[in-house]
Design a protein around this ligand. Structure first.
Ligand code: ATP
Length: 235
């Protein structure tokens, strides 16, 4: 479904991703974990077309997408919920969500899509006419994910899902991620909280200095002595 081969990418002369390869064959919840500056955000940005790779290939459903604009990549069904949420603060929740439908759902029944998404996020439904800038951090993260869902993703990339949010909100987001997967999409999560990421994903990639240094079933990685030592703070 998604295949990344020998990807090299960065910013100007600064190379961040080094010869990175992986592939996803079926819908899953995937986690990308690793220390600060490992290149996780850069990887998501490269997949979603914000950054053009220096070399390597990205294929989605058999078609190369590494030369495509981010707009085209959204149209193909890969949607990125960026770090920092990037909502339009002066627009209402409803208006922000409708923006997410712009590239993919033209001509589709937008009200029906909105209603379905509000069923997943009852807390947002209560605040649909409120300005996005007045929402709490957790509600803004929900709105950012909901806006991504309005684009009808086959792959949803979520950067720093839980950062700075209260545990109850995080539980709620984890449930939503499961529901997105149950509806048939792949969710790729970047998480600072390695424990949370591994407990709530099927498969995980560990990144360090722009490379994938380890990958495997998340449950197995939770028991891996090296992962425990370096990322989970237990021996
Ligand atoms: P974090 O969790 O801290 O966001 P990360 O694993 O997501 O880390 P990236 O944000 O991908 O890491 O950053 C990887 C490297 O790329 C870092 O050294 C960072 O300084 C550099 N970098 C990120 N954005 C830019 C940019 N716009 N211009 C130049 N260098 C950048």
């Amino acid at each position: 479904m998604l295949s990344v081969k020998n990807l090299n990418a960065g910013y100007g002369d600064v190379q961040v991703l080094w010869d990175l390869s992986f592939s996803i064959d079926e819908p899953k919840i995937l986690a990308i974990v690793g220390s600060n500056g490992a290149g996780k955000t850069t990887l998501l940005r490269t997949i979603s077309g914000v950054i053009k790779p220096k070399s390597g290939e990205i294929q989605f459903k058999g078609e190369r997408i590494d030369g495509c604009s981010s707009h085209h990549i959204v149209q193909k069904g890969i949607i990125h919920v960026p770090e920092g949420r990037r909502l339009f603060p002066e627009l209402t929740v409803d208006e922000n969500l409708l923006m997410g439908a712009y590239a993919r759902r033209k001509g589709k029944n937008l009200q029906k899509s909105l209603d379905e998404i509000y069923e997943l996020f009852p807390r947002l439904a209560e605040r649909k006419k409120q300005k996005a800038g007045s929402l709490s951090g957790g509600e803004q993260q929900m709105a950012a994910i909901a806006r991504g869902l309005m684009g009808d993703p086959e792959i949803l990339l979520i950067d720093e899902m839980s950062l700075g949010l209260a545990p109850l909100i995080v539980d709620n987001l984890v449930d939503v991620v499961s529901m997105i997967y149950e509806r048939g999409a792949t969710v790729m999560l970047i998480e600072q909280d390695v424990q949370l990421a591994l407990e709530n994903s099927h498969y995980a990639y560990i990144m360090d200095t722009g490379r994938i240094v380890k990958e495997g079933e998340s449950k197995e990685l939770l028991d891996d002595p090296e992962i425990k030592d370096i990322y989970l703070g237990v021996q």
